[in-house]
Design a protein around this ligand. Structure first.
Ligand SMILES: [Ca+2]
Ligand SMILES: [Ca+2]
Length: 316
C-alpha cells in the first residue's frame, strides 16, 4: 500500500511537470510574432506589424517606395519615372534633374544641334570617329526615337549610326534619352571608345556592323526626329571629296577634316574665331549655340578635337 501511495504521488508530480513544460512552450508570449494575431501561433510575418491575421501571409498596407519623390522635376519635359505610392511620403533623394543654370545668353535654336564631329583619330585611325550633340536650350530635351544617320555626298550611302537611346549596332550606357539643358551627348565608334584617355561615349556604334564609319567620304550627318523631320544637319568635305554638299536647309559644308585628330566644332556665337573656341579662348567655355544653317560659317576647324559627353560640365 505504501508503494501504491508513492506511485500515485510521483505520477501526479511528473504529470504536473510535463503540463508546466507544455504551457511554457505553447502559451504566453511568442517572440516571433510581430503581428497582431493570437497568442500561440507558431509562424510569423516577415515584416512589420500589420493588421492582418495571425501567421499573416497577408501583406502590410505598403511601405514607402524606394524610388525618388515625384510630383516635381527640374529641367525636365516630363515628370520623373517615380511611381506614386499610397503610403506615407518617402525620404528618397530628389530626381536626377540638375540644378537650373542661368539662361543661355547667346542666340540659339530651340532644339538639339550637332556640335562637333571627327572623322580621323589622332593616330590616323579612320575608324576613330565621334559625333557630339549639344542642347543649347534652357530645359532638358528628350531624344528618344531620334535617329543619327550618315549620308555620303551623293546620298548613295545611308548609314544609321544610332536610334536613341540605343538600337541595333548602337549601345547607349547611362543615357535615358534625355539631354540636360546646356549639356552634351557623345556618340562615337567602338574604336574611339577603346582608346585610352577618352571621355566615355554615351552611345557607341559598332563599326563592324552595317553602320560602318564616316571616314573617307565627304557627306553629312543628320539628326532626325521620330517623324522623320530634320532637326539638324552637318555637311563636311574632307579634302577627298570637295563636292560634298549638305542637304537643305544647310548651305555650305564645313571644311578641313583631312588632318588626324582634327574636328569641326560649332561656334558659340557667329563672331567667334577658331582661336576663340580653342582652350583658353574667349568662347571656349561658352557652348555651341550658333546655328545660321550655314555649316561653312557656323563651324570652325579644331586642330585638336574636344569630345564632350553627358558627364562633361554643362556650358551656357
Ligand atoms: Ca543647322
Ligand atoms: Ca566639344
Amino acid at each position: 500500500m505504501a508503494n501504491m501511495t508513492w506511485y500515485v504521488s510521483c505520477r501526479r508530480t511528473i504529470t504536473a511537470a510535463v503540463a508546466a513544460a507544455l504551457l511554457f512552450a505553447c502559451g504566453g508570449t511568442d517572440p516571433n510574432r510581430p503581428d497582431g494575431g493570437t497568442a500561440g501561433d507558431t509562424g510569423h510575418d516577415a515584416g512589420t506589424q500589420d493588421g492582418g491575421p495571425a501567421n499573416g501571409l497577408a501583406p502590410d498596407a505598403g511601405l514607402p517606395d524606394a524610388g525618388p519623390p515625384d510630383g516635381g522635376s527640374v529641367n525636365e519635359l516630363a515628370p520623373d519615372a517615380g511611381i506614386p505610392d499610397a503610403g506615407p511620403p518617402d525620404a528618397g533623394s530628389p530626381d536626377a534633374g540638375l540644378p537650373p543654370l542661368t539662361p543661355n545668353p547667346y542666340p540659339h535654336p530651340d532644339r538639339v544641334v550637332i556640335s562637333e564631329l571627327q572623322t580621323l583619330g589622332p593616330t590616323g585611325n579612320p575608324a576613330d570617329e565621334f559625333v557630339e550633340f549639344y542642347n543649347p536650350t534652357d530645359r532638358e530635351l528628350d531624344l528618344t526615337g531620334y535617329v543619327a544617320r550618315f549620308l555620303n555626298a551623293d546620298t548613295s550611302i545611308t548609314r544609321t549610326l544610332c536610334t536613341f537611346p540605343g538600337s541595333a549596332a548602337c549601345t547607349c550606357t547611362g543615357f535615358s534619352g534625355r539631354v540636360p539643358a546646356h549639356g552634351y551627348l557623345l556618340l562615337a565608334t567602338d574604336v574611339f571608345a577603346a582608346q585610352p584617355g577618352r571621355p566615355t561615349p554615351d552611345c557607341t556604334w559598332n563599326t563592324n556592323a552595317a553602320s560602318g564609319t564616316l571616314s573617307g567620304y565627304g557627306g553629312h550627318l543628320r539628326l532626325s526626329a521620330p517623324d522623320g523631320g530634320t532637326v539638324d544637319l552637318l555637311g563636311w568635305w574632307n579634302g577627298v571629296n570637295a563636292s560634298s554638299k549638305p542637304a537643305a536647309p544647310e548651305t555650305n559644308p564645313a571644311s578641313g577634316l583631312s588632318a588626324a585628330g582634327a574636328s569641326v566644332e560649332r561656334k558659340a556665337v557667329s563672331s567667334a574665331l577658331t582661336a576663340d573656341m580653342a582652350p583658353g579662348g574667349t568662347y571656349a567655355p561658352s557652348g555651341n549655340s550658333c546655328d545660321t544653317d550655314d555649316n561653312g560659317a557656323d563651324f570652325v576647324l579644331r586642330a585638336v578635337a574636344e569630345p564632350q559627353n553627358l558627364a562633361s560640365p554643362r556650358e551656357p
